[in-house]
Design a protein around this ligand. Structure first.
Ligand code: FES
Length: 322
């Protein structure tokens, strides 16, 4: 993993939370305090799967006031490319893992007059940390937690204790996904709304928020946005690194990140899939073709940052603050 500020942490405990969901508690081997985190933050774990090491992002679900530990929830993804399967089948308490310091692209606006949280499946993890934070602040919050079945619904008791009146939606019992638009429509104007879950839920959430004029809306994706895979190949363009006074050519065969690395530019990166946010870079000029799952629709529209691992330039020239 190309980061030099990684932490080596001990797996102190592995807990069973629901069918296909484990919680992993990570601590410093010497018991030292860990870098602080905010609700919504994630860490990347370097997982030694067969054939190499893969980096996977997991949201922190414990209370951000806890300084001695990180807790992540890992759902067993049936389409796993090795990361979650390895965690479920091979990770043991006592193991040491390389872990990035927490990063947050899913920040709570604590000044919002009202807050509503929506979680689907393992997307409950950052939502749980947000519920803990809001509870600590004494702020009223509404929440909708959805899961496929009662057996796979993780952390529901913790959420219920934090959010009285929690709406629990089980697809298997309701006969389909929740009516997000209907639920969101009952929120007061100006509410801050947050959603983490599978792609169809996030898409429905974004559409509903746009329809209802809920502009303080935030999502966290844990897989690459579908557009990243389906997007047409990018053309060649000129890349200017403003602070270095360097001009490079990016050609379609070599993406932006590789062009930067080959030129000796030390850009931090981790997932290489547009989901972790590590490679976020300020853009000074140029029309960005956003292909990541990190930035919100509003942030993409603003066009002042991009994830250089997957995103590209729609035009002939891109100027980065590097
Ligand atoms: Fe993860 Fe770019 S490296 S978003």
């Amino acid at each position: 993993m190309p980061q030099n500020d990684n932490l080596t942490l001990r797996v102190r405990n592995i807990g069973w939370e629901a069918d296909g969901v484990l919680s992993i508690e990570l601590v410093a081997p010497d018991g030292a305090a860990l870098p602080p985190f905010e609700a919504g933050a994630h860490v990347d774990l370097a997982l030694p799967v067969p054939g190499g090491t893969v980096s996977r992002s997991y949201s922190l679900c414990n209370d951000p006031r806890e300084t001695q530990r990180y807790v992540v929830g890992v759902g067993r993804d049936r389409a796993s490319r090795g990361g979650s399967r390895w965690v479920h089948e091979h990770l043991r308490a006592g193991a040491l893992l390389q872990v990035t310091p927490p990063r947050n692209h899913f920040r709570l606006n604590e000044a919002a007059p009202a807050v509503a949280l929506v979680a689907g499946g393992i997307g409950i993890t950052p939502i749980l940390a947000m519920a803990r934070r809001l509870h600590a602040l004494g702020k009223p919050v509404r929440a909708l937690v959805a899961a496929r079945t009662r057996e796979t619904a993780a952390f529901v008791d913790e959420m219920r204790a934090l959010v009285p009146g929690l709406t629990l939606h089980l697809d298997s019992e309701a006969g389909g996904p929740p009516d997000l638009r209907g639920w969101l429509a009952t929120l007061p104007h100006g509410a801050g709304v947050y959603c983490c879950g599978p792609a169809p839920m996030l898409d429905a959430f974004e559409r509903s928020c746009a329809d209802l004029g809920l502009t303080d809306a935030h999502i966290e994706r844990f897989t690459a946005a579908p557009a990243a895979a389906d997007a047409p190949p990018a053309g060649a363009y000129t890349l200017v690194l403003e602070r270095r006074g360097l001009t490079l050519e990016v050609n379609p065969g070599k993406g932006l990140l590789d062009t930067l690395l080959d030129a000796g530019v030390d850009v931090p990166y981790s997932c290489m899939e547009g989901v972790c946010g590590t490679c976020e870079t300020r853009v000074l000029e140029g029309e960005i073709d956003h292909r990541d799952g990190v930035l919100s629709a509003l942030e993409k529209q603003r066009g002042d940052v991009m994830m250089v691992c997957v995103s590209t330039c729609k035009g002939q020239r891109l100027v980065l603050d590097l």
